[in-house]
Design a protein around this ligand. Structure first.
Ligand code: GDP
Ligand code: MN
Length: 393
């Protein structure tokens, strides 16, 4: 989910669906979605526009905020649809190559709402969130006007009761003419969320059209990887999901590397420590772009390789090393990092937390370099988050 520091998680292994796939799942669950087709060729975009009339051409990538980045374009004619699709397909958008464009009948939007369902791990329940302030800036709404987002915890045994849904809709203060319809959409979304083992189902915006219809105009849907053995229907979506070239490279090198969707690169020694680092970042409202496990390695070569992988992701605006000296000594790791970074052209800030064996010696070695030492993980997280902000991230 895109609401920072809310329920939900950072980097559990998930199958993320593209918008066009999410909308197929929604449609199967009985939720209205605009008519449209996914295309890979600008000529096909023109053909779809020929059939549907005024269309919106939408770049399919696994990140939000496409509208602001030029990934959503209204086309009045087939020629315009062709031109916009040609401008997106095969090109990068927010760090991802666009392989698919969704061409949909344009909607006349009267209102844009937000609807999301995720797991609140603190409550051990699914939580539905509904807001009258949907559209592109829901994160800002969550930060500045959290009271504008109405929430409902859903009992896992009973599911949502009708009166609870009606109450949720009332609290969100939506257009009363669509209250019933919205409550029905929430129930349908919860049903697909539940039956698909989803970790996130989000519709932003859930629109009301000028003629009063409630339509899912965007869709995000993440499925828990651990459930894929029983979600065979959804597995087919994995094949067309974009293969990450960095993950492919890491696999070749035998390095444990995972891509996430934030802007901080995380490197640590040991899987548990890396996981904890992600939690600490998340608790401070920071988001990891990816992470890499150094394993027991301290050598400059290992650091160079892992740092190289982490920096290949263009979203990385800063790197956080979290090193615990156990068998491996912190001063050795410090030497490795200094050695490696000395030979690399690195433009982003690097914060290094060291604790354990020879930590003080390790931090001493960092003095006089551009590397920024930190004694605790909390301090390190705060430092890198601050620096990344200054970096325009
Ligand atoms: P996102 O920016 O990646 O979240 O992409 P969305 O699919 O949510 O689209 C962003 C914004 O574009 C929406 O909030 C709408 O305001 C606008 N938009 C999307 N589809 C249409 C459409 O069919 N008609 C109109 N008028 N606006 C649209
Ligand atoms: Mn959206």
């Amino acid at each position: 989910m895109s609401l920072c520091c809310q329920a939900g998680g950072w980097g559990r292994a998930e199958l993320k669906l593209y918008e066009f796939q999410a909308k197929r799942v929604f449609a199967q669950g009985g939720i209205s979605v605009p008519q449209g087709e996914v295309v890979q060729d600008p000529e096909d975009a023109a053909r779809v526009a020929e059939r549907l009339g005024r269309v919106v051409v939408k770049a399919q990538v696994h990140v939000g905020g496409r509208g602001k980045a030029g990934g959503i374009k209204l086309a009045n004619t087939p020629a315009e649809a062709r031109q916009y699709a040609a401008g997106m397909l095969g090109r990068p958008l927010k760090g991802f190559t666009v392989n698919y464009a969704l061409v949909e009948e344009a909607q006349n939007i009267a209102a844009e709402y937000y609807l999301g369902i995720t797991i609140d791990r603190n409550a051990d329940k699914a939580i539905a969130m509904l807001s009258s302030m949907g559209g592109v800036d829901i994160e800002e709404v969550a930060a500045t006007q959290p009271e504008k987002i109405a929430k409902l915890h859903i009992d896992p045994a009973w599911g949502p009761w009708d009166f609870q849904l009606r109450d949720l809709v009332a609290r969100a203060a939506l257009d009363p003419r669509v209250s019933r319809e919205i409550a029905a959409v929430i129930r349908k979304l919860y049903n697909v969320f539940l039956t698909s083992d989803a970790s996130l189902a989000e519709i932003n915006p859930l629109i009301v059209t000028a003629d009063g219809k409630v339509v899912a105009a965007d869709g995000k849907f993440d499925v828990d990887d651990n459930a894929l053995f029983r979600q065979k229907e959804l597995l087919k979506y994995r094949e067309v999901s974009e293969a990450d070239p960095i993950e492919a490279e890491a696999a070749k090198l035998g390095v444990a590397y995972v891509r996430l969707d934030g802007n901080i690169g995380v490197i640590g020694n040991g899987a548990g420590l890396v996981m904890t680092t992600l939690d600490i970042l998340s608790r401070n409202c920071g988001k990891a772009a990816n992470f890499c496990d150094l394993g027991g390695g301290a050598k400059a070569e290992t650091v160079r390789q892992d740092l190289g992988l982490v920096l290949m992701n263009p979203n990385v605006r800063g790197v956080l090393f979290n090193i615990f000296g156990g068998i491996v000594r912190c001063d050795e790791v410090a030497k490795g990092i200094i050695d490696a970074t000395g030979t690399m052209d690195i433009k982003v800030p690097i914060v290094i937390r060291m604790s354990g064996t020879k930590a003080a010696e390790g931090r001493e070695l960092l003095k006089g370099t551009n590397l920024i030492p930190a004694a605790t993980a909390q301090e390190a997280a705060q430092k890198i988050i601050e620096l990344v902000k200054g970096w325009g991230g």
